[in-house]
Design a protein around this ligand. Structure first.
Ligand SMILES: Cc1cc2nc3c(=O)[nH]c(=O)nc-3n(C[C@H](O)[C@H](O)[C@H](O)COP(=O)(O)OP(=O)(O)OC[C@H]3O[C@@H](n4cnc5c(N)ncnc54)[C@H](O)[C@@H]3O)c2cc1C
Ligand code: FES
Length: 287
């Protein structure tokens, strides 16, 4: 008999262009420009499984459709969360939605963070700004099976202390699990007691064994490039460094070519990709 995850994959593979209506159960303002929508399908048979790192195509009625990573705990599906930064037309319209409003969702699509491959290793998670959102499901999965991993180190950088996402949750995790969390900001008032500087400055002293470490990175491309370079300098092999790529998307399923990145379709071959495969293409303009 098919497992829940297999059934969900079969359904989304069969009807990838058919959106599923979701009702907004809650809206949380995370920072000045970033909010989280909590959503549930209007009709559910409990099949909407997703893997950490995957994204959905969110359609705001009459406005447009955008790819947004799923930011919630995979174990809570079919209830899902999306954490979104307001940048333009669709994300602005999405921010105006309220509890009880509807969104249409296609997905989940794309590749996943290698949480199974990380078993038995130190795990370094490096996030920049909104990049923590796509990594949050991986953190939930790692925490759920904490005993399977060695050290888990979260290195998180934001512009200012006010831009830190999921602040309460990070504090709870720090107290509850064996998890090393280091946060840094680009700039802060004198009352800030933490690190100041970019994420990469924390890597030389971060507590992990480079010969047995898997690294997951998500943030602006320039941050991902320098983070990868720093962990490589420490001796982590390039095939143990994973990044989450962003490109313009339309179909989300490898048909339209909008997300093409040299020989790859980011919607299908990504968003999570290995540095040894795509590192040389980082910061390459879209074709
Ligand atoms: C696989 C994938 C996962 C993603 N996950 C998330 C997520 O979890 N949370 C999230 O907030 N966003 C995420 N994004 C980015 C998100 O899709 C875009 O921000 C969104 O499509 C912008 O649509 P818009 O209509 O609001 O802006 P548009 O009107 O399309 O753009 C407005 C302006 O913002 C610029 N812009 C567009 N995207 C970005 C961006 N990402 N950063 C900075 N400027 C931008 C445009 O160049 C333009 O100048 C993801 C993208 C991909 C491909
Ligand atoms: S978005 Fe259409 S091919 Fe990737």
């Amino acid at each position: 008999m098919a497992t829940t995850a297999e059934v969900a994959l079969t359904e989304s593979a069969l009807y990838p262009m058919s959106p599923v209506l979701h009702r907004i159960q809650g809206v949380k303002q995370e920072t000045d420009d970033t909010f989280t929508l909590e959503l549930s399908p209007t009709h559910s048979n409990g099949e909407a499984a997703f893997a950490p790192g995957q994204f959905n195509m969110l359609y705001v009625f009459g406005v447009g459709e955008v790819p947004i990573s799923i930011s919630s705990d995979p174990a809570k599906a079919p209830a899902i969360q999306h954490t979104t930064r307001v940048v333009g037309t669709v994300t602005k319209a999405m921010r105006r939605l309220k509890r009880g409003d509807m969104l249409a969702i296609r997905g989940p699509f794309g590749t996943q963070w290698p949480v199974a491959e990380a078993e038995g290793k130190d795990v370094v998670i490096a996030a920049g700004g909104i990049g923590l959102a796509p990594l949050r499901p991986a953190l939930y999965s790692l925490m759920r099976r904490r005993e399977k991993y060695r050290k888990i180190v979260l290195l998180y950088g934001t512009r200012t202390p006010e831009d830190i996402l999921y602040r309460k949750e990070l504090e709870q995790w720090r107290g509850k699990f064996d998890l090393e969390i280091q946060v840094t900001v680009d700039r802060a008032a004198s009352s800030w007691r933490g690190n100041v500087g970019v994420v990469t400055t924390m890597i030389p002293r971060a507590p992990f064994d480079p010969t047995n470490t898997l690294v997951m990175v998500c943030g602006p491309e320039v941050m991902m490039r320098f983070t990868a370079q720093e962990v490589l300098k420490r001796g982590v092999p390039a095939n143990r460094v994973y990044l989450s790529m962003e490109r313009n998307m339309k179909c989300g399923i490898g048909l339209c070519g909008h997300c093409q990145y040299r020989g790859y379709f980011v919607c299908k071959d990504g968003p999570v990709m290995r540095f040894d495969e795509i590192g040389s293409l980082l910061n390459t303009a879209e074709v």
